[in-house]
Design a protein around this ligand. Structure first.
Ligand code: NAD
Ligand code: UDP
Length: 318
């Protein structure tokens, strides 16, 4: 099949392009390189089944494809708040353009949605039928509400035009190729620890997240795209249901590195969700999927990745 991956030069997108190529598909990676990097896909460029296009999803594009993974959107709070109006446009106009393309060429399309559609949840853990607790006018709204409206568009194109849709609600995903400076907690803590700096814990560190390793996430996304049946167009949570406090995450990293890590407490950003953990019953039932990689194992691989980048930086600046 010919598969389009928007946001294909980003963290999740580049791993997805790799996996799709390994499965024998033709892959078109579309990216505007806002938070993506050419080096994430450099090793794929020699593959005759791989093609990269610089394009912004807020503009329409016509391509002959069988499947579309719509991942284009900055994922970290620092980047999606840098130009919030652009984030809304990417989510909304990007979804309209990609759904329009899917409708025209009769492609199946998967949306990378997010656990942020649940906002600061009052139901715990979060099942897909929970409607969420989202501030519509806060600093995170451009992302949260943008993703919620994208889900609305997906469901309406499905009901109105029969577009074959899939919606993955992705919970915090981590692994190699995250940007070291994008402000997400896993990359921040690892890079700070490796540089001998204090770990910046926002608030008192009792807020929780559930961290899913990239390989598990890619398996879930592929299974969801391939799934057939009555309910597969409904949103599906993809995440690791093992929940950690942010302080607990810092301790895990300290344990792996065998270091006593110092913590610096900073103010909690506004609207920061207090707890988050996916109910993955639907993914287990529809896709036979659940994560396999424990946090300690995934963190080790991620630490190796950042350690080698930091070493290369030092060599380059020497
Ligand atoms: P990322 O920032 O590494 O990747 C996003 C990619 O989209 C980048 O390559 C960026 O350059 C590209 N992009 C951004 N705006 C674009 C535009 N207007 N046109 C074309 N390309 C554009 O982030 P990621 O972690 O790989 O996330 C991928 C997707 O998964 C995003 O849609 C994100 O919202 C979603 N998601 C990620 C997580 C996570 O924990 N990583 C959690 C929930 C949802
Ligand atoms: N966080 C933190 N220190 C950091 C970065 C993030 O304590 O250096 C906290 C943040 O306040 C949030 C959690 O870690 O409670 C996860 O943040 P991230 O930005 O990774 O993801 P999201 O908030 O989107 O789930």
């Amino acid at each position: 099949m010919r598969v389009l991956v928007t946001g294909g030069a980003g963290f999740i997108g580049s791993h997805l392009c790799e996996r799709l190529l390994a499965e024998g598909h033709e892959v078109i990676c579309l990216d505007n390189y806002f938070t993506g990097r050419k080096e994430n896909i450099a090793h794929l460029l020699g593959n005759p089944r791989f093609e990269a296009i610089r394009h912004d999803v807020i503009q329409p594009i016509l391509l002959e494809v069988d499947r579309i993974f719509n991942l284009a959107c900055p994922a970290s709070p620092i980047h999606y708040q840098y130009n919030p109006v652009k984030t809304v446009k990417t989510n909304v106009m990007g979804a309209i353009n990609m759904l329009g393309l899917a409708k025209r060429v009769k492609a199946r399309i998967l949306q990378a949605s997010t656990s942020e559609v649940y906002g600061d949840p009052q139901v715990h853990p979060q099942p897909e039928d929970y409607w969420g607790n989202v501030n519509p006018i806060g600093l995170r709204s451009c992302y949260d509400e943008g993703k919620r409206l994208a889900e609305t568009l997906f469901m309406d194109y499905h009901r109105q035009n029969g577009v074959d849709i899939r919606i993955a609600r992705i919970f915090n995903c981590y692994g190699p190729r995250m940007l070291e400076n994008d402000g997400r907690v896993v990359s921040n803590f690892i890079v700070q620890a490796l540089r001998g700096q204090e770990l910046t814990v926002y608030g008192d560190g009792t807020q929780t997240r559930s961290f899913c390793y990239i390989d598990d996430m890619i398996e879930g996304l592929i299974r969801l795209m391939d799934a057939e049946g009555d309910d597969v167009h409904l949103p599906v949570n993809l995440g690791n249901p093992v929940e950690f406090t942010i302080k607990g995450l810092a301790e895990e990293i300290g344990k792996i590195l065998g270091m006593e890590l110092k913590i610096k407490y900073l103010p909690l950003p506004p609207d920061d969700p207090k707890q988050r953990k996916p109910d993955i019953t639907r993914a287990e039932k529809l896709l036979g999927w659940k994560p396999k990689v424990p946090l300690s194992e995934g963190l080790k691989k991620t630490i190796e990745y950042f350690a080698s980048r930091i070493k290369n930086e030092k060599i380059a600046s020497a």
